[in-house]
Structures are given as structure tokens and as C-alpha cells.
Design a protein. Structure first.
Length: 366
């Protein structure tokens, strides 16, 4: 297990503040957050490139706060690969093992194993300058995993690659994690990587960890407006909360939005917890958010048990190719999403009268 306890680092123009975080053995943690939020600096502090000004870092119960990077059993893979240009692919992969004075036979065995897994054995004689971006990143990952680190740090490893190569490498990272069971911390701005790889997600902002949870918790139940906006909730409203028949009602510019007592999620919990939540929100100004994909749009009223149903007019349409965003004015503006096929079948145009429907469990209140 990797554990950070109140880690802080002042770099002058940036400050890492009081970061506490646990990553379990074999866990795949993805860190997301706005540019400049401190994700890479946190990773480099774990790797030993920076020593924290305050706080401690423990790995498998051992305090590694002041240890040299080479002694930490932590490997880091950067976006720009950082391969040795004068060495062949095989020599790049074997470099760390040779530095540890591992026997020739063991080096050859380990390099062959990881190269076969990543499908790069045929690249062994080549130099990095002759490789594609995807090939370079495979070599960089191989060079790290061959060292059998306790923790592997990936700093936006797929961001410089084209879409097809990125998808292939994402699948390979998942397979590597399954085969080796290595604890991985992966920084990204790509939400597909979050959902396809992460066991757990940490959100950073301004040098702090602001929320940790499963992908479902982060994207459906964000703790604050900043996180909701960052993960693409889109529909975020400020209103006044009240309680009615065991539910939460939020009035936004005269429009009443109904949520579960918990303010979204699965609606589970005992009556005492629901009552406490409602009493805590009663009369308060709160935020309510609804993900676009939770909202049904139709040209006729839908027969549904959903507690939120509004009529309005299409205000704006943005065709993104595979998905189409549609903004609807129902007194306040909601954004919903359609597949291209669904959009074509509905034949929507700006100004068309439409109906929006979504469940109370789709509304998250914070």
C-alpha cells in the first residue's frame, strides 16, 4: 500500500497542500483535475524527484519520504517517453536491470517476457528515433514494468497518441495491470481512460485533493461545483432546497426540481439518514446537477414515473458527429445529449417544442 500523509511542497509559483491519499495494493488509481492543479508534481514527489517540505510517504509500511528515487521501487513513465536515443529498444528496456547488476540470463528472460506481452520483440534492434509514438510509449512502459516496481506512475502516457493507438495502448495497460497486479497511479485528462482503467479516482485542484471515489461517485455525485463542471455535468443550478413528502425540492428561478432525500444516487439509506439530510438542506441555497445523458427528450409528453418533467423549446443544437448536444429552455436551460441516429429520427430544429424528463435519482444535490 502507498500512503501519503499531509504531504506539502512549496515550489514558489506552486504549492502542493496537505495531500493525504491511500492507494491499495494492486489498485489502479487515476488522478484527474484542471491543468496546473499539481498532478505531475504529486507524482514526482512520490517518485522522489521532490522531497516534501512537510508530511510523510509510506510504501508497504516503509517510510520512503527521504529515500533516493532508485531505492523506492517506484517507476515513472512520462508523456514524452524519455528513452535513451543512443540505445536500442532492447538496451532501453534492459537498462534498469543492468544498473542493478542483474544476471545476463535473468535480464534476457525478463526483457523477453515484457516485450512479448507488449508485442515489441521485433523492435529490439531499432533506435527510439525510428519508432512511432505508440511504439515509443510501449518501450517506455516495458522499461518500467520490467523493473517489477511496487508502484508504477503514468503521467498522461496516452495523450500524445492518435485515437486508434491510444485505444490499443489503453487495452494493453489494462492487460498489464491484470497480469502483473502492479499498483498504478495514472494522470490523465481523458475520461475514457478513467472509466476503462480506474478502480479509484482522485480529483485535484489548486494543489489539493478535493474528492476521492469510484468513477461512478466522481462523475455522478461530485462534491462541489468545480468537480461537477470539470467532469462534464453541464447542468448545474443554484437554488433553494426544501423538503416535501420525503423528497428534496430545489427551486431554481421559479422552476421546481425534485431529487431523492440523498440528492441523487441509488436512493438507499435509512429513514434517519434521509431525515438528517433533508433537515440539513432545508431553506439552504444548494447546487443541483443532472448529467445530460440522464435526461430524456421527446416531442410528446412521456408516460413515466419520473418526478421531473418539463416542457420547453429547443434553444441550440451542436452536432458533434457521434453525439449531438441539444439545449432546451424550460425557464432555465438544460443540455441533453442524443446519438446521431436518435437526433435524425427526431428531426429536431431550433425553436421546436419538446419535453424533458428525468428521475429524481438522477439529480445530485451538494
Amino acid at each position: 500500500m502507498l500512503r501519503m500523509e499531509k504531504v506539502s511542497k512549496n515550489l514558489g509559483d506552486f504549492v502542493l497542500r496537505d495531500v493525504s491519499l491511500e492507494v491499495g495494493d494492486g489498485e489502479y488509481l487515476v488522478i484527474i483535475g484542471p491543468t496546473g492543479s499539481g498532478k505531475t508534481i504529486l507524482m514526482e514527489t512520490v517518485a522522489g524527484i521532490y522531497n516534501p517540505d512537510e508530511g510523510r510517504i509510506f510504501l508497504d509500511g516503509r517510510d520512503i519520504t527521504g529515500e533516493a528515487p532508485r531505492n523506492r521501487k517506484v517507476c515513472m513513465v512520462y508523456q514524452d517517453y524519455m528513452l535513451f536515443p543512443h540505445l536500442s529498444v532492447e538496451e532501453n528496456i534492459a537498462f534498469g536491470l543492468k544498473s542493478r547488476r542483474v544476471s545476463v540470463g535473468e535480464v534476457e528472460e525478463k526483457v523477453a517476457e515484457v516485450s512479448n506481452l507488449l508485442g515489441i520483440s521485433h523492435l529490439h534492434p531499432r533506435r527510439p528515433g525510428t519508432l512511432s509514438g505508440g511504439e515509443k510509449q510501449r518501450v517506455a512502459i516495458a522499461r518500467a514494468i520490467v523493473m517489477e516496481p511496487s508502484v508504477m506512475l503514468l503521467d498522461e502516457p496516452l495523450s500524445a497518441l492518435d485515437g486508434l493507438t491510444r485505444e490499443r495502448l489503453r487495452r494493453e495497460l489494462k492487460r498489464i495491470h491484470q497480469v502483473y497486479g502492479t499498483t498504478i497511479i495514472h494522470v490523465t485528462h481523458n475520461f475514457e481512460e478513467v472509466f476503462s482503467l480506474a478502480d479509484k479516482v482522485a480529483v485535484m485542484n489548486k494543489g489539493e485533493i478535493v474528492q476521492v471515489g469510484t468513477p461512478e461517485e466522481i462523475f455522478r455525485r461530485p462534491k462541489c461545483e468545480m468537480i461537477a463542471s470539470f467532469v462534464g455535468v453541464e447542468n448545474i443550478f443554484r437554488g433553494v432546497a426544501s423538503k416535501s413528502r420525503g423528497m428534496t425540492e430545489i427551486v431554481v428561478d421559479g422552476l421546481k426540481i425534485v431529487a431523492t432525500a440523498e440528492g441523487g444516487g441509488d436512493g438507499e439509506g435509512n429513514d434517519g439518514e434521509r431525515s438528517d439530510k433533508l433537515n440539513g438542506w432545508e431553506g439552504r441555497e444548494v447546487f443541483a446537477s443532472v448529467r445530460p445523458e440522464e435526461i430524456l427528450i421527446s416531442k410528446v409528453p412521456l408516460k413515466s414515473s419520473a418526478r421531473n418533467s418539463f416542457s420547453g423549446r429547443v434553444d441550440e443544437i451542436a452536432n458533434g458527429g457521434m453525439m449531438v448536444k441539444v439545449w432546451v429552455d424550460v425557464g432555465i436551460s438544460f443540455m441533453t445529449m442524443l446519438t446521431r441516429l436518435g437526433y435524425e429520427e427526431m428531426d429536431l430544429k431550433v425553436g421546436d417544442p419538446v419535453y424533458l424528463t428525468f428521475k429524481a435519482t438522477a439529480v445530485h444535490v451538494f
